[in-house]
Ligand binder design. Structure first.
Ligand SMILES: O=C(O)c1ccc(O)c(O)c1
Ligand SMILES: [Mg+2]
Length: 622
């Protein structure tokens, strides 16, 4: 499809926006009027700049408060339109977006609206321009696409058509199914936007909280499917009013934007085997992922020694040394932790930039090359590390923020990779084993402008689905937290952002840079036994207040004996209809990273997020 984006969706000057959009591979733009009004150049100059960048100006927008107007406003608006048509001719923009009237002066008369739009289209036709009519969700008399379509039909002019915007339809919970029966050639333009489900004034929602398809909660794929079923073959465009995007570096926004369209096309394509009026993007399928094989830390010699002590307290044994690099492998249960202190390596670069931190995750995968193919198709970068003799090349990609995700072939089994790359020599400290079994989840601390990027990345590249978005109280501000997981829940990530500059998460972030691992949750079969062994090994846990347990007993019906054990051990508890979650947090390591030990009972499917405030308050009281 011809892929386009409204200039309002990105930060920067108009020229910077155009350069970012062109670099991300877009074909065209919707020119947001304010971007042109404040541009220090002529329409002809803009035409040359966009053409030099290989972009077309597909739409000039918006033209407001036009239809259903009494005199003298109507004729004044026609004059205004003529001046905009002059500009459009000079810049080579073939279409103007006329959004439904919000003025208190407008009258509720669809026949008048149709007649006036006919007149506008007639004037556009004289210059071979076209007019698209869009229902704003807060339009005074026209707020639904069905109403706008009735008016366009009645106006019956070849140069007048309908503009669809998924936000307006989905925010009002209007049914997009009717779109499929609108003639495709009368849909002149398609604007796609997603958004989180919020209960607020629809205008505020639309102007501040839209997001790219795949980042929000709307059924944008279902909407797009109906438009394609109508036979639409015009541009696929993004129009995103978002407060955070206005300040996000525009190169990143532009890549997210392209990824969202590629995701949207590929998802819709799977629903449209029978009808495909236009070629849709077809990437390799999402890989089948089955959990984390390893977590790799970036360190230097000194911090590698500190980490070694820490993980041994957690019951890990050192089981191998890398064949050619200063890299050590630790294991407990099925969990592999790698500490990479190799100078001149990718890991050392991360260490120098961010301190001791997680620099890579290894994900088990049925077909790693296909996974990398999917990732690069979805605009992620492939990463190739130097490989020594007899070592395995594990395909990797760069995640947002710069850490690596390696795809470890499932076929290697539990030990294949480690046997190839490491000299395995168990240091025999297995007596410390505390019963940690698997990596339950990895929680990331992200900058505010990275959450949407990560939701889309994990969805489009890794095939993970986001869960509920929660707001959690830290003593110094709010944290927003969202889990993403694959279908069988063998791979779970938790994405945390701080809405305040003053929370622990925000402060850690300013030390480690965005996209850092914030904590690592490890599972066990009996949390009381495991916590006792870990304590005996020297692990220190975040203490939990007595008041927490008094309150817990009032909220949840728990056997007194279990409550007493939790109180004594400092174990936190959450219950859902599907099951229970018992967990405990270690004190943090330098840079703020810490571990969580978790026991899932039944089919509990979340992360104990409601207990995070207890942890954050305790950490703040240290
Ligand atoms: O918020 C607005 O005014 C506005 C303008 C043009 C659009 O296409 C739209 O969806 C919203
Ligand atoms: Mg719109």
């Amino acid at each position: 499809m011809h892929r386009s984006i409204a200039t309002v969706s990105l930060s920067g000057t108009l020229r910077q926006k155009l350069e970012a959009v062109a670099a991300a591979g877009f074909d065209g733009i919707e020119l947001f009027e304010a971007d042109f009004i404040n541009f220090k150049g002529t329409a002809a100059e803009l035409r040359r700049i966009t053409a030099d960048l290989g972009l077309t100006i597909d739409l000039y927008q918006p033209f407001r408060d036009f239809e259903g107007m009494p005199e003298p406003q109507f004729h004044r608006s026609l004059e205004r339109a003529e001046r905009k048509f002059d500009l459009m001719e000079a810049m080579g923009a073939p279409m103007v977006l006329c959004c439904s009237n919000t003025s208190p002066l407008s009258v509720n008369d669809p026949a008048l609206a149709a007649a006036q739009l006919h007149e506008l289209a007639e004037r556009a036709a004289r210059r071979n321009l076209r007019v698209g009519f869009e229902a704003l969700a807060w339009g005074r008399h026209t707020s639904l696409y069905g109403q706008a379509w009735e008016i366009v039909k009645e106006a019956n002019h070849a140069h007048l058509g309908l503009i669809l915007d998924s936000f307006h339809t989905l925010s009002l919970k209007d049914d997009p199914a009717g779109i499929a029966s609108i003639p495709g050639d009368k849909i002149f333009f398609l604007q796609m936007a997603d958004a989180p489900l919020l209960s607020m004034d629809v205008l505020q929602w639309a102007r501040h909280h839209r997001s790219f398809p795949g980042q929000g909660d709307f059924d944008v794929v279902g909407f797009f499917e109906q438009v394609l079923r109508a036979g639409y073959t015009g541009p696929l465009s993004l129009e995103i009013f978002n407060d955070i995007f206005r300040e996000t570096p525009n190169r990143r926004t532009a890549v997210d934007a392209m990824r969202s369209l590629l995701y949207l096309e590929s998802e819709a394509r799977q629903r449209l085997d029978d009808v495909e009026p236009v070629q849709l993007f077809s990437p390799p399928p999402v890989p089948a992922l089955s959990g984390l094989s390893f977590i790799e830390f970036a360190a230097d010699e000194a911090s590698a020694a500190t980490l070694s002590t820490l993980v041994k307290q957690l019951g890990f044994r050192r089981i191998g040394k890398h064949r050619s690099k200063a890299v050590t492998l630790y294991r407990e249960g099925e969990i592999n932790l790698i500490v990479n202190a190799q100078p001149d390596s990718f890991a050392r670069g991360r260490f120098e930039a961010h301190g001791t931190s997680v620099c890579a995750l290894g994900v088990r995968c049925d077909d790693p090359l296909a996974a990398v193919g999917r990732a690069t198709a979805m605009r992620s970068q492939r990463h190739d590390s130097p490989v020594g003799p007899n070592e395995l090349r594990v395909p990797a990609i760069v995640a947002p923020g710069g850490n690596l995700i390696h795809f470890v072939p499932e076929a290697l089994g539990a030990n294949g990779l480690y046997e190839a790359d490491f000299i395995l020599e168990d240091d025999g400290a297995g007596a410390n084993d505390a019963g940690l079994q698997r990596i339950d989840h990895v929680a990331l601390g992200l900058a505010l402008d990275q959450l949407d990027t990560w939701v889309l990345f994990t969805r489009a590249v890794l095939g993970l689905e986001p869960g509920e978005s929660l707001e959690l109280a830290d003593p110094f501000g709010l944290i927003r937290s969202r889990g993403v997981a694959n279908a069988d829940r063998s791979l779970r990530l938790v994405l945390n952002v701080s809405l305040s500059q003053r929370t622990r998460t925000a402060r850690t972030l300013s030390v480690t840079g965005g996209g850092a691992v914030h904590h690592i949750a490890l599972s066990c079969a009996d949390i009381f036994e495991t916590a006792a062994k870990l304590r005996a090994n020297g692990t220190r846990f975040v203490p939990i207040s007595d008041n927490y347990y008094d309150d817990l007993a009032t909220r949840i019906d728990i056997a007194p004996e279990l409550l007493a054990r939790m109180r004594e051990a400092g174990v936190l508890f959450d219950r859902s209809p599907a099951g229970d979650y018992l967990h405990i947090y270690t004190e943090s390591f330098e840079g703020g990273l810490f571990f969580e030990v978790a026991q899932r009972v039944g089919n509990y499917d979340a992360y104990g997020a409601l207990n995070a405030p207890a942890r954050m308050a305790s950490q703040a009281q240290d």
